[in-house]
Design a protein around this ligand. Structure first.
Ligand code: AMP
Length: 218
C-alpha cells in the first residue's frame, strides 16, 4: 500500500519512473497529462478546453484538473494505493489533494522529486518521442528505438508531442520554476519530501527511489 506524488520538471524522467514504480509496487501510475491528451484525441469538451493551454505549455485551470485528478483517485483500483505523475502542479492543487485524502482518512507516503539541470531538460524533452499506444518514452539521441518511429515495447507508432518543441518546452520549464517548484516547500513542511539525482541513468534513478520507498513487496 503506497500513495505517492512525483515532482520534477518536464523532461526530468518522472513519467519513465512513474511507470517503473507502478509496475514494481503494484499501484496505478496516473498521469494527468495522459488523461488530458486522451480527452483531446477523443475530442471531448474537456479536451477542447484543455487544448489551448496544453499547446502553449501553460497549466490548465486548477478547478478543471483538480476535479479530474480527485475523481481518478476515488476509483476502485486506487484503494490499494496510487502514484500521481504530473499532479499536483500548484499549491492550490496540493491543498485540494490534502483535503481529499483527509476526507478519505488516508495520507500520502512520499512526494519524490527528480532533480535535473535546466539545459538537460530542454535537450531531453525536445528529443523525446512517445508511443501512441503504450506511452513508453524514447529519445532520438540517447535512447533511440531499434527501428525509427516504432516502439520497442509494443510496436506502436512513436510521435513527437506537440508541446515538446523548444519554444513550448522553455515555457513549460518556466511554468515549473514559477509554480510547481513551490510544492517542494509544501511537501517539506509535511515531512514527505524526498529528492533523487535525475542526471543518472533511468535504472540508477529507480534504484535510488527504491532506497527511499523500500524494496517492492515488503
Ligand atoms: P505532462 O504530460 O505531465 O507534461 O502534462 C502536459 C500538459 O498537460 C501540461 O503542460 C499542462 O498543460 C497539462 N497538465 C497536466 N497536468 C496538469 C496539472 N496538474 N495542472 C495543470 N495542467 C496540467
Amino acid at each position: 500500500m503506497m500513495r505517492l506524488v512525483m515532482l520534477g520538471a518536464p523532461g526530468s524522467g518522472k513519467g519513465t519512473q512513474a511507470v517503473k514504480i507502478g509496475e514494481a509496487y503494484g499501484i496505478p501510475a496516473i498521469s494527468t497529462g495522459d488523461i488530458l491528451r486522451a480527452h483531446m484525441e477523443e475530442g471531448t469538451e474537456l479536451g477542447e478546453r484543455a487544448k489551448t493551454y496544453m499547446e502553449t505549455g501553460d497549466l490548465v485551470p486548477d478547478d478543471l484538473i483538480i476535479e479530474i485528478a480527485l475523481e481518478r483517485i476515488s476509483r476502485k483500483d486506487c484503494v490499494k494505493g496510487f502514484l500521481l505523475d504530473g499532479f499536483p502542479r500548484t499549491v492550490e492543487q496540493a491543498e485540494a489533494l490534502d483535503c481529499k485524502l483527509a476526507r478519505m482518512d488516508v495520507r500520502l507516503d512520499k512526494a519524490i522529486n527528480i532533480a535535473v539541470d535546466s539545459e538537460a531538460l530542454v535537450c531531453r524533452t525536445t528529443g523525446r518521442r512517445v508511443c501512441r499506444d503504450c506511452g513508453a518514452s524514447f529519445h532520438i539521441k540517447t535512447m533511440p528505438p531499434a527501428v525509427k518511429g516504432v516502439c520497442d515495447e509494443c510496436g506502436g507508432e512513436l510521435f513527437h508531442r506537440a508541446d515538446d518543441y523548444e519554444e513550448t518546452v522553455r515555457n513549460r520549464i518556466e511554468v515549473y520554476h514559477g509554480q510547481t517548484e513551490l510544492l517542494i516547500g509544501h511537501y517539506k513542511a509535511e515531512g514527505l519530501y524526498a529528492s533523487v539525482d535525475g542526471m543518472k541513468t533511468p535504472d540508477e534513478v529507480f534504484e535510488e527511489i527504491q532506497g527511499i520507498l523500500g524494496p517492492p513487496g515488503k
